[in-house]
Design a protein around this ligand. Structure first.
Ligand code: KIV
Ligand code: NA
Length: 279
């Protein structure tokens, strides 16, 4: 498969062909996404939840992002790779954001960075873009700001809130954002924002009118404990947890009964050598 570049994404957008984005957090999950033909692999800070066992994304730090971005970069050979700027790595000033973005590119080997927020990020986005780093904007439900948003809540449900999202996106586009993630908003609002912008929008819980879609891989492959909370927008396309625990349970039982390893899983020795050994 040919390498996906910003040009490729721009062509998909112009053709009206939806862009398929999926998260990955390590080498195997990146390899799977890439092999399946995913256009953009996102190393989201959701890795805090899916890989590090945290309750939310607010504790994720740059060193963790870099480690995981590096492993993803080894698995995703064709996809365009985007890494999240974690909370605390970009808010202080544009210089801090440029420094963090450069680390994600140089040490984490990503092609672009994603940043959560709104119009206040204008100067920051401009500086990162000027450093030659493509920026994806993330508006709507921005999980890093969950404490200020009052939890994981759908955005844009009132006219005022929808107007704010549109305004944020327009300012961020003006500052240089080349693609947006729109998270958790009514489909009509996401569609209207998509129509007003001239760069692609990638929806998650934002309906079918966006220029593409993104999901968290661990969620959509069902690689989680039954009963764990998943948002309404998650469609489960596989049952990785079920298959993995089925296999692991069988392995455990076969170890206990000595059914494993049977002869086919062992290394032979000639009779002659064995007799000499046993003497
Ligand atoms: O962290 C993440 O995985 C994300 C996606 C849900 C867009 O930001
Ligand atoms: Na994220």
């Amino acid at each position: 498969r040919k390498k996906v570049t910003m040009q490729t994404l721009s062509n998909l957008y112009k053709k009206g062909e939806p862009i398929a984005m999926l998260t990955a957090h390590d080498f195997p999950s990146a390899h799977a996404a890439d092999a399946a033909g995913i256009d953009v692999v996102l190393v989201g800070d959701s890795l805090g939840m899916v890989a590090l066992g945290l309750d939310n994304t607010t504790e994720v730090v740059m060193d963790e992002m870099i480690l995981h971005c590096r492993s993803v970069s080894r698995g995703a050979k064709s996809a365009f790779i985007v890494g999240d700027l974690p909370m605390g790595s970009y808010e202080i000033c544009p210089e801090q954001a440029v420094e963090s973005s450069l680390r994600l590119v140089k040490e984490g080997r990503v092609h672009g960075v994603k940043i959560e927020g709104g119009e206040e990020l204008g100067p920051t986005i401009k500086r990162i873009t000027q450093a030659g780093i493509p920026v994806v904007g993330h508006v709507g439900l921005t999980p890093q700001r969950q404490n200020a948003l009052g939890g994981f809540r759908v955005q844009g449900k009132t006219c005022t809130s929808a107007m704010k999202l549109l305004h944020d996106a327009m300012v961020m586009q003006e500052a240089g954002v080349f693609m947006f993630v729109l998270e958790a908003m009514p489909p009509e609002v996401a569609s209207l924002i998509t129509q007003k912008l001239n760069v692609p929008t990638i929806g998650i819980g934002a309906g079918n009118g966006c220029s593409g879609q993104v999901l968290v891989q661990v969620d959509m492959t069902g690689n989680f404990q039954p009963g764990r909370f998943v948002p309404k927008f998650v469609k489960k396309y596989a049952d990785v947890w079920g298959e993995a625990t089925r296999g692991i349970t069988q392995y455990r039982d076969e170890v206990k009964s000595r059914a494993f390893p049977s002869q086919e899983f062992t290394y032979p020795i000639t009779k002659e050598e064995l007799e000499r050994f046993e003497e």
